[in-house]
Design a protein around this ligand. Sequence first.
Ligand code: F6P
Length: 551
Amino acid sequence: MTERDASDFGQLWQQLTQHQRELAPVHLRSLFEQDPGRAQRYRLELDGLLLDYSKHRTDEQTWRLLQALARERDLPGWIERLFSGAPVNNTEHRPALHTALRADPQAQVTVGGEDVMPRIQAVRRRMALLVAAVRGGQWQGFGGEPIRHVVNIGIGGSDLGPAMVSQALAGHDRTGPTVHFVSNVDAHQLTAVLAGLPPTGTLFIVNSKSFTTLETHANAVAAREWLAAAGIPHVEAMRRHFLAVSANTQAAGEFGIPADNVLPMWDWVGGRYSLWSAIGLSIAMALGMDGFEALLAGARRMDAHFRHAPLTENMPVILGLLGVWYGDFFGAQTHAVLPYDQRLARLPAFLQQLDMESNGKRVARDGTPVPYQTGPIVWGEVGTNGQHAFFQLLHQGTHLVPADFIGCVRPDHGRRDQHRLLLGNLLAQTEALMRGQSAAEARARLAASGLAGEALEAQVGHRVFPGNQPSTTILLEALTPQTLGMLIALYEHKVFVQGVIWDINPFDQWGVELGKVMAKQLIGELAGEPPAAHDASTAQLLAWCRDGLAD
Ligand code: F6P
């Protein structure tokens, strides 16, 4: 492997480095003061989604350089390659066609010479039949019991997307079955979920692209045993209480799930991009097929925007470039996702996988190490909870933390007053993080509270807020299947944009493999196999666990 230096990355990279040095001392406050048109210029709107990116440490020159970098990296060409089914996942020689899953049914998308749209539509029709049967009560559990509970068994992309969306849109349609999610190999989760459920009224959906995932297999086996323990004969249990979604339909069959109950997906759908495929079946069970189609339509709207809007007015491009600007030129290590909406509580976890599994890479597409920082550490929590936990660090700590604030203007409930408290807090935080509070302002506040002299001065340093913390605000008119679909697709494409700039493949995840191999070995050793050679720490921990398990 040849080592490269960031300076090899071209003149634009150097110009951006130089530009960052010039802009770093400029406070966001003064960027607003000097430029009255800033807020208006740095905002975009699309079908009920407003993106305000004015509270960023950028000026016109920043955007000129970043856009030039995007063009130099041939972003427009890569966008076309993504949509048209080129093998953008180069290490696995595959396209990444989540966009085809939500494309207009009349569209044509070819993979290896075959138009995949008819296959996608055929699976969608099967989904619709299953959803109608379960929600309509024609699909019955053992003994003729209607299905009132659906348990999605899956992990990673086979869990996070469906779980996040189902939770976010739970209020959209309450006529379907209650959907539960079990992902962890820790049986405490499955046990807790099953504790309240009636076996004859429960349907399991085993979601696994590979159908070899340890956690999912263990939970599916436990679910099968739970049905058997309830006295449901095996054949009936598999026929009435199990569905599966997988690219490995053979393994699903070998597990015992009848072929009619198995929906296919394809290797050109990445796990973390798969909620639009039959992996979204649990979403469709909860929302109904119309709701699921509306989610796809929202994503389709964002796809069209990403594909056709000029780079300068392109939401995913702008978000992607901002991440590059902060990570590579300001040295920001993390990116906070702060949804001010309880319904979006799982969004940070979903985006963690989407972003970190995609862009947590250290080699370029050609396998050589990259000489710059790639994907950030993504983290976050719902507002206003985060304010009472970690916002102290955002306001007065020593780290630069770019953040996304996400809010929905119209709530699903009727408590408008309480919703104003939520939105007021969202707006206040973005403003406070941007403006901060100078020493003079701190003094004035302290004086107004009655302090004076030395007592006042002793406090000033603690009451200064440097501000200058950048944030993006994304507001949805309302949280609907359409706007949520748009929001998710916005982030998917942002991640893709960054992958293009960094010249990495966002669609593989080799970094998860080593731990899986070593876990297999250690699981055997916990079960009594002779221990292999381990480092002294692991050997001692293993011995302690073995002793504990033997008791
Ligand atoms: O461990 C990583 C991963 O492969 C993810 O990429 C994927 O979403 C998850 O595991 C689950 O995989 P599967 O759907 O094959 O069970």
